[in-house]
Design a protein around this ligand. Structure first.
Ligand code: ATP
Length: 235
């Protein structure tokens, strides 16, 4: 039985100037699921997250979040409705320490996590709370970037390649954090290049090619659709 969809993207087009990047992409993210966007470099995964977040100015189609249409809203407005975006470059302020970085976002919705709740999820960050952004490892920066959006009360988290460049032991920690967030009823849409990680963490995958979703694969279909996945991802 499918759950209610929290996010419903249909016929999404996006442009960077003259360049037409998304070509009518459609997919749904059911409430409470972990969903990945897979696909080769340049398929349009990051652009999809940026479009949902209102960061690609020239976009058309429909992006429904609950009962709201987001396609014409500004980024600030979209964030205030309860969507948190963690970009690939993480956006940690080097001159601020861990706790100052966590305190940056204005709490936008009820249910935003307290510092104590965030530290319970990321014990490392508590130990390093007075360390400046520059002194953090890649893994700690990623944890901090996720922790920071949890402060805002966002219920839908958009994570762009959270495991990129991280050692296997840290990738496992990110896996555990995502599992804990799922248990806490967050809905997570993540872009992943690491297929193995995606396969172990997600309920559902959408494979993108040439700016649209070409294939949906549910967790229980991974084996039967392995050939299709390999073809699209070129593995
Ligand atoms: P990657 O993993 O390499 O980031 P992706 O699937 O996330 O791949 P996008 O980053 O969304 O892909 O890029 C989709 C297409 O849009 C690519 O052809 C890329 O060159 C182009 N593109 C991305 N950002 C811009 C930009 N700011 N201006 C112009 N073109 C862009």
């Amino acid at each position: 039985q499918d759950r209610t969809s929290l996010l419903e993207v249909s016929g999404l087009h996006a442009y960077y100037g003259e360049s037409h990047v998304l070509h009518g992409s459609s997919f749904v993210v059911p409430e409470g699921e972990v969903v990945t966007l897979l696909g080769r470099n340049g398929a349009g995964k990051t652009t999809t997250l940026r479009s949902i977040m209102g960061m690609v100015r020239d976009r058309r189609g429909s992006i429904r979040f609950g009962d709201r249409e987001l396609i014409n809203l500004t980024s600030n407005r979209i964030a205030s409705l309860g969507i948190g975006y963690c970009p690939e470059e993480r956006g940690i302020f080097a001159s601020l320490d861990v706790e100052e970085n966590l305190m940056l976002p204005p709490t936008v919705a009820a249910g935003g996590m307290s510092l104590d709740e965030i530290y319970a999820l990321f014990p490392n960050l508590k130990e390093r709370r007075r360390s400046s952004g520059t002194k953090l490892s890649g893994g700690e920066q990623q944890m901090l970037a996720i922790g920071r959006i949890l402060r805002t009360g966002a219920r839908l988290l958009l994570l762009d390649e959270p495991t990129e460049g991280l050692a296997p032991v840290i990738v496992q920690q990110i896996h555990d954090v995502i599992s804990q967030l799922k248990e806490k009823d967050f809905t997570i849409l993540l872009v992943e290049q690491n297929y193995h990680f995606a396969a172990t963490v997600a309920d559902r995958h959408f494979i993108m090619e040439n700016g649209r979703v070409a294939e949906e694969v549910r967790k229980n279909e991974l084996e039967e659709k392995q050939d299709i996945i390999d073809t699209y991802l070129g593995v």
